[in-house]
Design a binder for this molecule. Structure first.
Ligand code: ADP
Ligand code: MG
Length: 258
């Protein structure tokens, strides 16, 4: 080894040990830039640490998005509000800022199938990840199945703790499948624990009057709705299914063959 290589070898070893991968990657190129600019030592260090910090935040956001387990990534820029005028756009835009999460408020998206509820929930939850919140996206059925499995295997407490660590828990498509009695009770417990501790975001095709059909007990449903809606933003989507409309458009656009 040549003598002049020694410090860089040691430096790179230190940067690795200190877990500063961006500085490790960029220190040499940045040194050239800074000497051309005649920047001082402090500016050099500032630029490097700034990049490390930015990269670190980016990596953390990517990790949160991965952990949120979105079925598909949807964002607001692909949502066409004109196609669904019943949706309160102003409220959606406000919720995109994520202040409801700090206030531990809930979001409920209610409406027919295909009106964009899952799309909006995904986009809002995605934004929350980017803003630093811990999020997890579940379909109602998957969540109940996981709760039941964990209960059978005596891992329920662990799952409950994991869920409680989240800032935002998304429960998609509540109401398509009725729950067993135990399933309903376990979901009720999730909502109960979340109350004023974390935000829930729920999408459903069920008007409130019909929730009893899915949860079984009227008393249970009453208590659940009470907690859920106490501090809650409600987005209603009453229009036609987006998919259906597009399918209709496509078939209208096709020339008749007979
Ligand atoms: P829901 O959950 O209400 O049943 P989805 O959010 O799953 O509906 O929407 C169905 C499909 O149509 C998705 O691919 C979604 O991205 C798309 N979609 C629905 N509404 C809109 C809209 N207003 N603008 C753009 N895409 C939409
Ligand atoms: Mg949906």
């Amino acid at each position: 080894m040549k003598d002049q290589d020694k410090p860089t070898v040691l430096l790179e070893y230190h940067l690795k040990k200190l877990k500063l991968p961006t500085i490790l990657r960029e220190y040499a190129a940045m040194a050239k830039v800074c000497s051309q600019d005649r920047s001082d030592y402090m500016t050099y260090l500032l630029r490097l640490t700034e990049r490390e910090l930015l990269d670190r935040e980016k990596r953390a956001a990517e990790r949160r998005i991965k952990q949120a387990a979105f079925p598909v990534i949807k964002t607001m820029d692909t949502f066409d509000f004109k196609a669904q005028p019943s949706i309160n756009q102003q409220l959606v835009r406000e919720l995109m800022r994520g202040e409801y999460i700090a206030k531990k408020e809930n979001v409920l998206l209610i409406g027919n199938s295909g009106t964009g509820k899952t799309h909006l929930a995904s986009a809002m939850a995605f934004a929350a990840c980017a803003q630093g919140s811990k999020v997890k996206f579940y379909s109602a059925t998957a969540l109940v199945t996981e709760l039941m499995e964990c209960r059978e295997e005596r891992r329920l407490q662990r799952l409950q703790k994991q869920l409680q660590r989240l800032h935002l828990l998304v429960i998609d498509e509540l109401g398509y499948v009725p729950f067993s009695k135990i399933g309903a009770q376990m979901l009720f417990e999730v909502v109960g624990r979340a109350y004023e501790q974390q935000s829930l975001m729920i999408t459903t095709n069920l008007p409130f009057q019909q929730w009893t059909e899915v949860f079984g007990s009227e008393r249970l449903t009453g208590a659940l709705l009470d907690r859920l809606t106490h501090r809650c933003h409600i987005i209603e989507a009453n229009g036609e299914s987006y998919r259906l409309r597009q399918a209709k458009r496509r078939s209208q656009a096709k020339p008749k063959t007979n």
